[in-house]
Design a binder for this molecule. Structure first.
Ligand SMILES: C[S@@+](CC[C@H](N)C(=O)[O-])C[C@H]1O[C@@H](n2cnc3c(N)ncnc32)[C@H](O)[C@@H]1O
Length: 273
């Protein structure tokens, strides 16, 4: 907890665009004290936490790296994944094949699946020889991913994490995410993508899809308070310094809630120079 507290104070302070000195002044303490918190040398005094959290506009729970039970159940998929069977089926997404053809595992390659759902794609990658790490916010999805990997005799390093809080601390060769990036709040996207890109090996690959808003597509029937569709083309602008190997916009039919509807999606495959 000590580590995540310091890191979180630093992260939320930077997101608010305030310096250590400014934060210290508001709390009536020295900037050295803030610096010590952020480098995990000391804890803030407990009585300062409410004021600190209110300045940073974040809950004390989040600051401490704790996700409440109510917050944990933030995905509509938790209950779906708890049912028998596989909500998304077992066939890998078409996007997976782009990775196989663009960066086949001729040498050991570390791949991260962001928002792996029930693990169909993560397990597919592991079966094909990639070293796979995967996370999702849904407990039931993580359990199913583990079970699926066990059943076919491969290993996937899978864990629970919230895409809003998760940051890379080591390098990956490939980042993959299908149908998840709309859970990223728009104001966090620049920072999170910078982190993803900085922790990608040279010649590494990102293959990502993101739901986008189009004026002629009605909103999907699933009411997801934490979802924020991307602007059409927005995802591509984050990769202006990379080699864009493929970018596309597709419209497709979906029946995920039992009601026929359409989605618009941007897809990118980009290589780090
Ligand atoms: C449309 S599903 C896609 C699942 C998987 N990528 C696939 O293609 O089968 C969206 C996934 O995002 C996960 N999710 C929702 N909010 C999340 C968050 N804040 N952090 C991590 N995963 C999240 C859901 O649990 C769900 O598994």
């Amino acid at each position: 907890m000590k580590n995540s507290l310091g890191k979180n104070i630093s992260r939320y302070r930077k997101l608010k665009n305030i310096t250590q000195e400014e934060l210290a002044t508001q709390l009536n303490i020295t900037f050295q004290a803030v610096s010590k918190w952020e480098t995990n040398q000391t804890y803030p005094d407990i009585t300062l936490l409410p004021h600190l959290a209110s300045i940073l506009e974040v809950s004390i729970d989040r600051l401490m790296g704790y996700t409440s039970h109510q917050e944990q159940k933030r995905t509509i998929y938790e209950d779906e994944y708890a049912q028998d069977g596989y909500y998304w089926g077992l066939a890998p997404s078409k996007l997976c094949y782009k990775i196989l053809s663009m960066l086949p595992p001729a040498k050991p390659l570390k791949l991260l699946d962001i928002g792996c759902g029930e693990g169909k794609d993560a397990v597919f990658f592991a079966r094909n020889g990639y070293q796979v790490t995967a996370f999702d916010i849904a407990d039931a999805g993580i359990e199913k991913t583990k079970r699926l990997a066990d059943n076919v005799g491969v290993y996937v390093n899978v864990f629970k994490a919230d895409v809003l809080d998760f940051r890379l601390e080591s390098n990956y060769d490939i980042l993959y995410s299908n149908g998840v990036l709309h859970y990223l709040k728009p104001e966090l996207r620049q920072e999170i993508f910078l982190n993803y890109q900085q922790h990608t090996s040279p010649q590494g690959l990102h293959v990502l899809s993101a739901f986008v808003t189009k004026p002629f597509i009605p909103p999907a029937p699933e009411q997801e308070p934490n979802a924020h569709s991307w602007r059409s083309g927005e995802l591509f602008t984050l990769y202006s310094n990379w080699l864009i190997k493929e970018c596309d916009e597709i419209i497709f039919d979906c029946n995920s809630s039992g009601l026929a509807h359409k989605h618009a999606m941007n897809i990118i495959a980009a290589e780090k120079p």
